[in-house]
Design a binder for this molecule. Structure first.
Ligand code: T4K
Length: 404
């Protein structure tokens, strides 16, 4: 692993630092015996989907954990967003951050609702309440805030804006399961909040998601919508789709929930290992979590100041990937620079200076139960080595690019 000269870097002919690639989103697998026992129960029951007992159990556990009245489990986080948006009667234009996974925008455009991109707060990376009101038009019907990477939105200010303008408020909490805001669990803010339980999330159901809400009527409407609008056999009373979570997914979800403290403690340990290893290293800031809040520590996000670090985020990632460190540029280049939005709104970036800066600076690092503290110490040593040799690395990379 030890690198002494830049020729030792894998990119320039050396051996890669890690034999096994390290990933950002390696799934956490709970207790395998208990999980397999649940799969067997399911097979014995011969009940595989359509509101089975595991789905009920999973929904109840999630609602209890978050202190919210209803959890409606879904087949994934994107469908959860689509159904929530539809059940809330969102139309026309909806204000969202561009600095998010593409689903937050697509869930709207898929239903011909226009996402209007708002800039984010440079500290929390979440939608900036000070920039929302200038985007409201007579066509605006709602706001979707994203609690990015477990950092919650400035909920009170956004709720006040939504109240003043009679807008519906939804939160995409895909990253923020088991996080809190002002000591209240994420899940009961706005009209509803959505989660993703995709394989890469710290609690996973293979594919899965949920909408949680305290609104009885909204919950009922979403239950109909995720099941084609069926209210009992042969009786469709609403337009719906197929958004159901399967039993095998719910079984995985229950097993994951049983390990939640373990997963969080590993994530926390990993986060603090990165934080202490990179403390004071010029040009590197590790995204902070608030000590007073609950967090899942699912993401370790570095913000890199190219001028102080001597190397750009993109050159760094090129070197890291070659070494087997699959850090990710979430959420580059921003939704407004992806199709169809970049064709629809070619000048959207003019109103998104913070987003445009962040998409070129942030890097999500490998973590989760598959990544040990020795791996992290080695990754941080590697980063330090790279920045110490930044000038020569940059020179070699640009020579290689010119020669291409
Ligand atoms: N809103 C927000 C804010 C979101 O971040 C997301 C999803 C959603 C909504 C929508 O929720 P879902 O509909 O997905 O439930 C991944 C996930 O697919 C996506 O769920 C997640 N956000 C997003 C942030 O990341 P990709 O395209 O980066 O995934 P992929 O396949 O590159 O995997 C990431 C890493 O994980 C890779 O390095 C490999 C590793 N991996 C992945 C899988 C699936 C494994 O080691 N094993 C696996 O089984 O999107």
């Amino acid at each position: 692993m030890l690198k002494n000269r830049i020729e030792d870097l894998s990119l320039f002919g050396g051996r890669s630092a890690f034999e096994q690639t390290l990933h950002v989103g390696r799934p956490n697998i709970g207790n395998r015996e208990k999980l397999l026992a649940r799969f067997n129960d399911m097979l014995d029951r011969n009940w595989l989907t359509n509101n089975g007992p595991f789905v009920h159990d999973f929904e109840e556990r999630v609602a209890n954990l978050l202190g919210v009245k209803h959890c409606v489990a879904m087949c994934n986080g994107t469908v959860a967003l689509e159904i929530a948006a539809r059940a809330l009667n969102l139309k026309g234009e909806v204000i969202i951050p561009s600095f998010t996974f593409i689903s937050t925008a697509h869930c709207l455009q898929w239903q011909e609702i226009t996402p209007v991109f708002c800039d984010v707060d440079p500290e929390t990376y979440t939608i900036d309440p000070a920039r929302i009101e200038e985007l409201i038009t007579p066509r605006t019907t709602g706001i979707i805030g994203v609690h990015l990477w477990g950092r919650t939105c400035r909920v009170d200010e956004i709720e006040a804006i939504a109240g003043r303008h009679n807008l519906r408020l939804l939160f995409d909490a895909s990253h923020s399961f088991c996080c809190s805001h002002r000591e209240r669990m994420v899940g009961s803010f706005g009209c509803a909040e959505t989660f993703s339980f995709h394989a890469t999330k710290f609690i996973n159901t293979f594919e899965g998601g949920a909408v949680v809400t305290n609104d009885d009527r909204l919950a009922e409407k979403m239950r109909l919508m995720k099941n084609f609008g069926f209210a009992g056999m042969d009786n469709v009373i609403y337009i719906g789709t197929n958004g159901k979570m399967s039993e095998i997914s719910a079984a995985m979800g229950i097993s994951s929930l049983e390990e939640i403290d373990h997963f969080i403690s590993i994530n926390r340990r990993n986060y603090y290992t990165y934080k202490s290893s990179l403390a004071g290293w010029p040009g590197f800031k590790v995204m902070a979590y608030e000590d007073s809040e609950k967090n899942n520590f699912q993401y370790v996000v570095l913000e890199i100041d190219e001028h102080k670090a001597g190397i750009s985020r993109d050159d760094l990632i090129t070197v890291l990937h070659a070494e087997g460190v699959r850090a990710r540029r979430y959420f580059y280049p921003g939704c407004h620079k992806m199709e169809p939005y970049r064709s629809y709104f070619p000048h959207a970036g003019l109103l998104l200076p913070v987003t445009e800066r962040l998409v070129n600076r942030v890097l999500c690092m490998p973590t989760g139960t598959d990544v040990g503290i020795e791996d992290i110490a080695n990754i941080c040593d590697l980063i330090k080595f790279i920045t110490r040799h930044a000038d020569s690395i940059r020179a070699q990379l640009s020579a290689a690019r010119r020669g291409r």
